[in-house]
Design a protein around this ligand. Structure first.
Ligand code: DQA
Length: 148
């Protein structure tokens, strides 16, 4: 619907494997299930959503750059790039959009290398450990941020 704020929801590497990948850590929900829940939640909140996944850092950077012109906010689960990618951090900063970082797992209960996030340095908030529900909570928070 024209006039609705558009939120870009980005998913990084290996998140296409949700449902079969380490279910003890990431649950049984697939990325398609999460996308469906986000679409429902977004429509109740009056938001439009663009939901994407890529295994490629440069593709994620390209989408973040485009968002500057086409979106009003970014929700991102950058997967392992969270912990490594200065390029994604720089792109998020350059976008000048509100950013919310999401992780399915509680990264702070896991290996030490998951405790540092480059993405966090560009994020207004971080939601971790609540599975797919974290994306819906991020949409709720984003609905307020885009009104600011
Ligand atoms: C993740 C946590 C990351 O450390 C990991 O590399 C992922 C998924 C999460 O959603 O819990 O791929 O971002």
């Amino acid at each position: 619907m024209p006039g609705q704020p558009t939120i870009l929801i980005l998913n990084g590497p290996n998140l296409n494997l949700l449902g079969v990948r380490e279910p003890a850590t990431y649950g049984r929900e697939t990325l398609a299930d999460i996308e469906e829940a986000c679409m429902e939640r977004a429509s109740a909140l009056g938001l439009a959503v663009e939901f994407r996944q890529s295994n490629h850092e440069g593709q994620l950077v390209d989408w973040i750059q485009e968002a500057r012109e086409t979106a009003d906010g970014i929700i991102i689960n950058a997967g392992a790039y969270t912990h490594t990618s200065i390029a994604i951090l720089d792109a998020l900063r350059a976008s000048e959009l509100p950013v919310i970082e999401v992780h399915l797992s509680n990264v702070y209960r896991r290996e030490a290398f998951r405790h540092h996030s480059y993405v966090s340095q560009a994020a207004r908030g971080v939601i971790a450990g609540l599975g797919g529900q974290g994306y819906e909570l991020a949409l709720e928070a984003m609905a307020r941020l885009v009104q600011e």
